[in-house]
Design a protein around this ligand. Structure first.
Ligand SMILES: Cc1cc2nc3c(=O)[nH]c(=O)nc-3n(C[C@H](O)[C@H](O)[C@H](O)COP(=O)(O)OP(=O)(O)OC[C@H]3O[C@@H](n4cnc5c(N)ncnc54)[C@H](O)[C@@H]3O)c2cc1C
Length: 424
């Protein structure tokens, strides 16, 4: 395990931890990408595949942020949710946007094959289990997804749900057979290797501390060096800090938490009898998946304040026991937090702020697929003049609330949590 990644299931099981050099001195590139998470690396791979030379500057390790410590669910769509997307942009544009995310979903599968990325086992199937006793609402959601977006979503009646998930918390469910789950850090590092093999240059331990972005070339400074490039792309998400003031003001960093249990052996079947990833349909949802060695990787809770709750492992263990009390006594092997970058409108922010200055961020809690989409859109815009990134213009850099935003977001979260409790 690398000491520089947070201690997580992913860093403990990373299959190829190959540190990259720091940037020392001055280099030139076609494109300078700030941030080595999935958004930055997908952009780098997309550019390198198109024959350009990108340089990636990552402050810590590649995949150190949300991309290397998340739930591992890979589903098309966006944090905003599909019903709200249709309400916001109308059915035709919503279909186009959803299709872009589906193409990214297929691209992830084909890149895993093409570049031989070892991020498995890759398990198909994601279940959204309903916390509420309202089968009609679940059926309507399935019909909406099938009719509007042509998906293969299935309705699962509660008898089937309770056969596979031994809890009385859940009622009916939506099953998405095409979504899957995988080892997100190994995937992210596999994309990094592929980008490098195609000509990208990747630097770790190279925090961007300043820039001059008005003229040509763009100049991006780290603590020890400088990149001069025709374009700069900012992919810093919830970790943006003071990297770029305007982009930071459009970002609300939101923390969420994950833990992994000890291997459960036969006890896993006392609770979970299917290999799929599961989330429930509350605003403050739990999300989890069984791992190949019989552990449960369990995530949930969000907070706009950055400190992880004290005794995180115990807090998360209690969340698990609320759903599966029969697992009492199970211990937690690791627990960690991560920051998601949200825009106020909950859609990705993908665009060009001024000539040659791009942003690709704001993927929220549904970023594994959408970052690949964002990377492709920015890469094809820079390399080929593709204008599809403009589909995201309705979701621009809206002010996320500045210093008051975390408190407002936290209050909203508590309100939705209370509303879910009342609904049940
Ligand atoms: C705990 C957790 C669980 C999640 N579960 C899922 C899930 O199951 N499925 C799903 O689809 N999505 C999930 N998400 C969301 C998903 O992980 C993110 O949307 C996605 O990884 C965002 O990728 P990114 O590249 O934009 O950001 P990140 O992966 O956070 O990368 C940003 C990078 O920018 C770097 N950076 C910032 N500032 C600078 C600077 N000045 N100089 C250099 N580098 C800098 C950071 O060090 C960081 O590595 C989850 C997120 C979290 C936190």
């Amino acid at each position: 395990m690398s000491a520089e990644y947070v201690d997580s299931y992913y860093s403990r099981t990373v299959n190829r931890d190959r540190p990259r050099q720091r940037l020392e001195g001055d280099v030139e590139a076609d494109v300078c990408i700030v941030g080595g998470g999935m958004a930055g690396l997908a952009t780098a791979l997309g550019l390198a595949e198109r024959g350009l030379k990108p340089v990636v500057l990552e402050a810590h390790r590649l995949g150190w942020g949300a991309s290397g410590r998340n739930g591992g669910f890979v589903s098309p769509g966006f944090s905003l949710g599909e019903q709200s997307l249709v309400a916001k942009v109308g059915i035709e544009d919503a279909r186009t946007l959803y299709r872009l995310s589906e193409e990214a979903h297929s691209l992830i599968r084909s890149r895993i094959d093409r570049y031989g990325i070892d991020c498995g086992p890759i398990q198909d199937g994601v279940v959204i289990a309903s916390w509420f006793d309202n089968a009609d609402a679940v059926r309507r959601e399935v019909d909406f997804m099938r009719e509007t977006f042509g998906t293969r979503h299935e309705f699962w009646p509660r008898e089937k749900v309770r056969e596979l998930y031994l809890t009385d918390r859940y009622h009916d469910a939506v099953f998405s057979p095409g979504s899957f789950h995988f080892h997100s850090l190994n995937f992210t590092l596999g994309i990094a290797d592929a980008a490098e093999a195609a000509g990208a240059v990747l630097y770790e331990g190279s925090p961007v501390v300043g820039h001059r972005l008005d003229g040509d070339p763009k100049i991006v400074r780290t603590d020890r060096g400088t990149v001069r490039a025709d374009h700069a792309v900012f992919c810093c998400s919830g970790y943006i800090g003071a990297t770029h003031r305007r982009l930071a003001l459009a970002t609300l960093p939101v923390a969420t938490y994950v833990m992994v249990t000890e291997p459960l052996g036969n006890r896993l079947a006392d609770a979970i009898r299917a290999p799929y990833a599961v989330a429930d349909d509350r605003f403050a949802q739990d999300y989890y998946r069984p791992l190949p060695d019989g552990r449960i990787l369990w995530g949930g809770r969000v907070t706009a304040f950055r400190d992880p709750p004290a005794k995180l492992a115990e807090v998360m263990r209690r969340d698990l026991l609320k759903v599966y009390p029969q697992l009492d006594g199970v211990s937690v092997d690791a627990a960690w937090d991560g920051l998601m970058g949200y825009a106020r409108h909950k859609m990705p922010q993908i665009g060009q702020y001024q000539p040659g200055l791009w942003y690709c961020m704001g993927f929220g809690g549904r970023g594994m697929c959408a970052t690949t989409m964002g990377g492709e859109l920015v890469a094809s815009a820079i390399a080929e003049g593709d204008e599809r990134y403009r589909l995201f213009e309705p979701f621009g850099l809206r002010f996320a609330g500045g210093p008051l935003a975390p408190a407002a977001a936290q209050i909203a979260y508590w309100w939705y949590q209370a509303r879910d409790a009342m609904r049940r």
